[in-house]
Design a protein around this ligand. Structure first.
Ligand code: FAD
Length: 537
């Protein structure tokens, strides 16, 4: 089998054009083409009047060795890599403590799955509830302004990305094709099969809920065990080695291999780990607002006359701008045809994020409009100072929104003119329970506001109407990634606590569903190798 990339065809090509183009590109007759399948499909919309589909295909062809030899200097033709996932260790079970995974988000889910597949019967603890119960609690905040601090957008089965756009791509280096393992498991659990072939796949919220249930069933069938509403409140250490975890139920769970896949919002747990002496350090993250435009504006700007073409779907964008004050402003977690959601896990705070359904057919497009900050910007050099900053901004947003979980909002025109909004206009913001017009500038440090005001017109030149006066900003976007890293060594264990395996986004080793899931696989492998008495690769 060989892999052929950068095969471009017109957007509206008939199905039979693809094998014809493959044969022509490889210089073989159609009779020599034994089979072909699509590995990835993207589109190239740089020329809006002539949008192209771009394929990577796997091809079985007669005389493959000769074809490969002919294209030896062509980087777009190569042998198809082996993407099968293979367990890294066989671990003798007898007499061992079961590995514990804290967190049932994408990282914990995949750590749990891999450990279960290796027969290690992991115990998976999550402070939140089973996903169906959690869904009700999450909607209670959105519909009624009632927050459950233990069951919300951040906490519970499926983790932070359960109520999301379910974008499944990442920039991580992945020489072992672990992302393929993740996508394959997702499809087996009910995700649409096109996530395997789309270059920018997404799942949407409703499907994510049923998928995490299906994955739980699989992990349980393999011998894993879930315990929901089991918050880890402390750890037991003995001379730098983890001996167990304490739970809010009053139990202590003896354990010597514990994966901490706690996400970036478990601030109390991060404080506890710091207090116990676990090595943590401050890291950069980003802060800002959400911006909303009608999806039709974005479709027109990105796809021109092809806007609305069924194969293109709702248009997405990525933007970034390096500002004169040295800051970088960029779009984050863009949700085409989606809604802005209330994403706080703490009372008295407002946080925005975005989600969508698989159809992406809501009226508005939204994305984070954020500015990168780093530990030098925090108020102290305490490793957890980034959390203090997040809390401060989120509390200000809560107050500015009126103190009932409404988000403060502002028209882009007013934001650029430096005057408060008193009413919203053509663009109806989607955040629930609601948006109160105000002045967002006092909610962020001055350098963030200055950078945003510089970037808006720049982005408006790249995407028509991005900086339209009627577009709406809501605040605040503070949970873009973790402000903390629980640094680990080459063996994936904490730098100073044996048996503690920091993992996923909360540990600073992932940023998104896919990268968190991949990190979960790697950490589970490291756990298994440690249990088998071997070094991690
Ligand atoms: P999390 O998913 O945060 O999971 C951590 C889990 O640990 C939680 O379930 C929590 O309850 C549990 N936990 C925490 N502390 C404890 C404790 N002390 N004891 C027991 N359990 C504990 N990413 C994308 O790639 N694509 C998207 O489209 C996307 N959209 C998003 C939309 C929203 C609204 C949000 C909030 C996030 C979105 N993200 C998206 C980000 C993505 O969700 C995260 O990057 C990802 O979930 C991180 O995975 P994780 O497993 O490391 O942590």
């Amino acid at each position: 089998m060989l892999r052929l990339s950068e095969l471009k065809l017109p957007l509206d090509h008939p199905p039979e054009a693809l094998p014809t183009a493959i044969a022509a590109r490889l210089g073989v007759s159609s009779g020599d083409l034994v089979s072909w399948s699509i590995w990835k499909r993207a589109h190239d919309a740089r020329r809006k009047s002539a949008i192209l589909k771009v394929y990577i295909v796997d091809v079985e062809v007669k005389g493959e060795a000769a074809v490969l030899a002919r294209f030896a200097n062509d980087t777009h033709v190569s042998p198809t890599p082996d993407v099968a996932y293979r367990p890294v260790a066989a671990v003798p079970k007898s007499g061992r403590l079961r590995p514990v995974v804290i967190g049932a988000g994408p990282c914990g889910l995949f750590a749990g799955l891999i450990l279960a597949e290796m027969g290690l019967a992991p115990i998976i603890l999550d402070r939140g509830k089973v996903v169906r119960e959690r869904t009700k609690d999450t909607w209670a905040l959105w519909r009624k302004g009632r927050l459950d601090p233990e069951s919300n957008v951040q906490y519970g089965e499926g983790g932070a990305g359960t109520f999301s756009d379910g974008k499944l791509y990442s920039q991580i280096k992945d020489p072992r094709f672990l992302a393929r393992k993740v996508l394959t498991e997702f499809v087996a659990a009910g995700a649409p099969a096109d996530i395997l072939t789309e270059a920018h796949p997404h799942i949407g919220t409703f499907r994510l809920v049923t998928m995490v249930e299906a994955m739980r069933a699989k992990i349980e069938r393999l011998g894993g065990e879930y315990r929901f509403e089991h918050r880890v409140t402390d750890i037991d250490l003995d001379k730098g080695t983890l001996r167990g975890v304490r739970l809010q139920t009053g139990e202590t769970l003896e354990a010597d291999h514990v994966v901490f896949a706690i996400g970036h919002s478990s601030r109390d747990t991060l404080h506890t780990l710091y207090d116990r002496g676990v090595h943590v350090e401050a890291k950069p993250f980003s802060i800002g607002f959400r911006i909303e435009h009608p999806q039709s504006w974005i479709d027109r700007a990105m796809f021109g006359p092809c806007a609305g073409h069924p194969d293109l779907g709702a248009a997405a964008y990525t933007l970034s701008h390096h500002c004169s004050n040295g800051r970088t402003v960029y779009s984050f977690c863009m949700c085409p045809g989606g809604t802005v959601v209330a994403a706080t896990s703490e009372p008295g705070r407002v946080v925005t994020n975005g989600m969508s359904q698989y159809s992406r057919n809501e009226r508005n497009a939204n994305s984070g409009f954020v500015v990168g900050i780093s530990p030098e910007d925090y108020s102290s050099d305490h490793p957890l100072a980034g959390i203090d900053l997040q809390r401060d901004l989120e509390s200000r947003a809560y107050a500015a929104g009126g103190g009932d979980y409404f988000a403060p909002g502002q028209l882009v025109g007013d934001f650029l003119a430096g005057r408060p909004s008193t009413a919203l206009g053509e663009v109806v913001p989607s955040y629930k329970p609601g948006v109160r017009p105000t002045d967002l500038a006092p909610l962020m440090p001055d350098y963030v506001i200055a950078a945003m005001r510089e970037a808006l017109p720049v982005f408006g030149r790249k995407i028509a109407r991005y900086d339209d006066a009627q577009a709406v900003l809501t605040g605040v976007e503070t949970r873009s990634s973790s402000p903390v890293r629980m640094t680990r060594g080459a063996d994936f264990q904490s730098l100073n606590v044996r048996g503690l395996f920091p993992a996923g986004e909360g540990a600073g080793y992932a940023g998104g569903i896919l990268s968190a899931a991949v990190d979960g696989i790697k950490v589970a492998e490291a756990v298994a190798l440690s249990m088998a008495g071997k070094a991690a690769a």
